[in-house]
Design a protein around this ligand. Structure first.
Ligand SMILES: Nc1nc2c(c(=O)[nH]1)N[C@H]1C(S)=C(S)[C@@H](COP(=O)(O)O)O[C@H]1N2
Ligand SMILES: [Mo]
Length: 365
């Protein structure tokens, strides 16, 4: 079957169509962060969300090579030991999948059906990408930087290695690191062992796992994950703007205790300190608002002091005088770039960046 016989566009669910077997299969392989894990400043590795397009490759740190080549003065090849000698820094970064929130869009784009849980914050240790590029010597004809992982698959009919490109400016200025540790331990297999890229502030797709090659090219990268997959399209043939940085979002730790099946929450009446976290990949969080009456009235929450890491989420609390009855809690984040989290985010075909405000139903008894 030729590539042309597949549609390179994803499918939308028909009106009223439930989650498909394909979506269930993805949802069972990949996993979200349980919302109660918003309590941790740094998400324990096993609770951090996971998203893998193809298979988790079987890799070995002892013979791993990372190559840096293309438009450079001196092509380089590193083993893990050589790479560690290039420098060591740790950054705390909130990663979020661009598809977070997809499953609640109408119509629903058929893909990994995230609700709000495709997020996590980890401490990534490695070497600055810009230091590696400088060590290789960036040639004046370099335009884009292409990152290739060791995983391989077929996506909408197109066979490929997982690859993403950044412009040279983004690669140098983003503070991206080539990481070999997550939360002080070697990367777990599902998070990119033994090496991955981490691009702070960007949706997860940019942070290529199982990183084996960095190539500088003299033209704009036209690979599938940049040119076809991660675009904001409203129509089938719309070229769409590229998906890049993380839109602001706030989430609450669900209060009280849950119903097993529905996750509906129960709390006892009285003053309850609600807790949550907010982040944005564009600028620091400036304000978070909460509504405890389904969006009728809003109050500003108390933000914790910001940490040292610009792209790590910020904690907040809010004392709620919970009175008996059914309540809907909602939170919205505002960042210093003037971006504000919408009640209802605009729809797009890929279901990207749906940062519509979270709604949590609570029965106060
Ligand atoms: N090589 C490779 N890198 C990848 C992916 C992948 O499938 N293969 N998935 C990307 C996507 S879409 C996301 S959201 C993040 C998820 O990172 P995590 O699983 O460590 O949370 O990895 C990105 N890097
Ligand atoms: Mo993703």
């Amino acid at each position: 079957m030729s590539v042309e016989q597949f549609s390179v566009r994803g499918r939308l669910a028909d009106t009223g169509e439930g989650i498909t077997g394909d979506e269930l299969q993805l949802a069972a392989r990949n996993h979200g962060m349980p919302m109660e894990a918003l309590r941790y400043d740094v998400t324990p590795a096993g609770l951090h969300y996971v998203l893998v397009h193809y298979d988790i490759p079987m890799t070995n740190a002892s013979n791993w090579r990372l190559t840096v080549d293309g438009c450079v003065e001196q092509p380089l090849s590193f083993g893990l030991t050589e790479l560690r000698a290039m420098g060591r820094r740790t950054v705390r970064v909130t990663l979020e999948c661009a598809g977070n929130g997809r499953a609640t869009l109408q119509p629903r784009p058929i893909s990994q059906p995230w609700l709000t849980e495709a997020v996590g914050t980890a401490e990534w240790t490695g070497v600055l990408l810009s230091d590696l590029l400088r060590a290789a010597g960036i040639r004046s004809d370099a335009v884009d930087v292409v990152f290739t992982g060791a995983d391989h698959g077929v996506e909408r009919g197109i066979e490929q290695d997982y690859q993403r490109g950044l412009t040279l400016t983004e690669a140098v200025d983003s503070g991206a690191i080539i990481a070999w540790e997550m939360n002080g331990q070697p990367l777990p297999p599902q998070h990119g062992y033994p090496l991955r890229l981490v691009v702070p502030g960007w949706y997860g797709m940019a942070s290529v796992k199982w990183l084996r090659s960095i190539e500088l090219i003299d033209h704009a990268f036209g690979g599938f994950q940049n040119a076809v997959a991660y675009r904001f399209r409203t129509g089938q043939d719309d070229a769409g703007a590229p998906v890049s940085r993380i839109e602001p979002r706030a989430l609450l730790v669900p209060p009280g205790f849950p119903d097993f099946m529905s996750r509906h929450r129960f709390v006892a009446e009285g003053t309850i300190t609600l807790e949550g976290r907010a982040w944005s990949g564009w600028a620091p969080i400036e304000r978070v608002e909460i509504s405890t009456d389904a969006g009728v009235t809003w109050q500003t929450v108390k933000l914790d002091a910001p940490g040292n890491d610009e792209y790590a989420w910020r904690a907040f609390t809010h004392d709620w005088d919970a009175t008996p009855g059914e309540h809907v809690l909602t939170v919205r984040a505002y960042d210093a770039s003037g971006r504000e989290q919408p009640i209802e985010a605009p729809w797009n075909r890929g279901g990207f960046a749906n940062n519509s405000a979270q709604r949590i139903s609570v029965l106060v008894t």
